[in-house]
Design a protein around this ligand. Structure first.
Ligand code: URA
Length: 431
């Protein structure tokens, strides 16, 4: 077999065999096959596509190029959750303690943020003392005992994906459905979980701009999961506004805690409970989705899951008192942004809000950038709300850095309409 034959096969629109896929993934990762041949192959895949089986072979070959977490020595049902990247997305900090309360186990490895979406680990690191680098044994023991751990990625997860993604980025081949789906799934299949729920964001602030696109991606990812013998459910959620009211690292931890204490906004309550209910049904703890959903809502309302977050923070040496006092740490420089007109809010462009938070220092413009955990944005209005001219739309917590540019973006993020608007945070479910 040669790489030329593989390129030729795909160029002719023929499916690639498992061996061919393993050959080019391994050859490229080991530096045996050069960029120019893989570039040609990626472009052929871009135009000719790949069927579900090929996409699965690609996901598995990329998964096997690096470390795969083995959770089989932890008793019970191990679950995982992945979001395709949203603004204000603090769902993991709500979902993790909820599933832990129900007896499921979440051993989550997360990344740091780059660009307009924040990283789970950056958010956790707003808590003083928190350790996000644990040895595998300590990590697993914490999950065994207390059902929940969230740490940074250790080892090398799917290095083939990393290399291929970088090449896609410079050859205009990123937006190919099979390449995106196999890239995301290669990393998820390395997580060692039995059941995975995918939160596929749709809209302005998301990778997938339309419901149709997001549905196709979700179907393919669920199919890859099934062919790889995992239970995977995908929920399409709206990203036409940031999630909840708070954006920023400490700000998002604060809102997650409030939600776990029964004081969260409706979008967070609804999305977290929906994702948890799917995990409960897939793990056979509940037969009926609606009953599982009601049970999940009740857990939030009664604050039953909060102790699991508190315990996780303590296990990982974080100052758990900060969970209840986080606003004291928010940056003390504040400015408010007022509405320049009256009307119903139709959209709050999440991409602009995410970029504004990044410019303030809450996120990284470059991989090396140092972030400020305590700057952020608090929305006072959400989509569907009516505002009068001069009503306060949001508060910016800042340290002068990036304030001017961020304010400009935020001013332009609000889109108005003259009629009421119904907000729908869950758009579809694929399983
Ligand atoms: N996210 C990924 O991990 N991979 C892609 O290809 C696109 C988004």
């Amino acid at each position: 077999m040669t790489i030329i034959e593989i390129i030729e096969t795909k160029k002719q629109g023929q499916p690639l065999s498992e061996e061919m896929i393993q050959f080019f993934v391994n050859g490229y990762t080991q530096g045996i096959i050069p960029d120019y041949q893989i570039s040609a192959l990626l472009m052929a895949i871009y135009f000719q596509g790949m069927n579900d089986e090929e996409s699965t072979f690609l996901a598995l070959a990329m998964r096997d190029s690096g470390d795969v977490l083995d959770l089989s020595d932890i008793e019970g049902i191990k679950v995982d959750k992945h979001s395709t990247g949203g603004v204000g997305d603090k769902i993991s900090f709500i979902l993790g303690p909820m599933v832990a309360h129900f007896g499921l186990k979440l051993a989550k490895m997360s990344g740091r943020g780059l660009g307009h979406t924040g990283g789970t680990i950056d958010k956790l690191e707003s808590i003083h003392g928190i350790q996000t680098e644990l040895t595998e044994e300590v990590f697993k023991n914490q999950v065994r005992q207390h059902h929940l751990a969230i740490i940074g990625q250790s080892g090398e997860i799917a290095p083939a994906d990393k290399k291929l993604y970088a090449l896609r980025d410079v050859t205009a081949t990123v937006n190919s459905m099979p390449l995106i789906a196999s890239s995301i799934m290669s990393k998820k299949l390395a997580s060692g979980a039995d059941i995975i729920v995918l939160d596929v964001k749709v809209g302005d602030g998301a990778f997938m701009k339309t419901v149709e696109e997001a549905r196709s991606l979700a179907k393919l990812m669920v199919e890859i999961g099934k062919l790889a013998h995992k239970k995977v459910i995908a929920v399409l959620t709206n990203m036409d506004e940031p999630l909840g009211y708070f954006i920023g690292n400490a700000h998002e931890i604060h809102e997650a805690v409030q939600t776990l204490l029964g004081k969260g906004p409706e979008d967070l309550n609804h999305i977290a409970s929906t994702l948890v209910a799917h995990l409960l049904v897939q793990s056979d703890l509940y037969q009926d989705f609606d009953i599982a959903y009601d049970a999940s809502r009740l857990v939030l309302q009664k604050g039953l899951a909060f102790p699991y977050l508190n315990r996780m923070i303590e296990d990982q040496h974080g100052d758990s008192e900060m969970l209840l006092t986080m606003p004291l740490y928010f940056s003390s420089h504040q400015v408010q942004l007022k509405s320049k007109q009256s009307g119903f809010i139709d959209r709050i462009e999440a991409l602009k809000v995410g970029k504004a938070a990044m410019l303030l220092g809450a996120g990284r413009q470059t991989k090396e950038a140092i972030i400020d955990h305590y700057v952020g944005i608090e929305l006072h209005k959400k989509v569907g709300d009516y505002v009068d001219k001069d009503d306060v739309l949001l508060t910016i917590y800042h340290q002068e850095k990036g304030l001017k540019e961020a304010t400009k973006l935020l001013e332009n993020a609000f889109v108005y309409t003259d009629h009421e608007k119904e907000v729908q945070s869950i758009l579809d479910t694929i399983q």
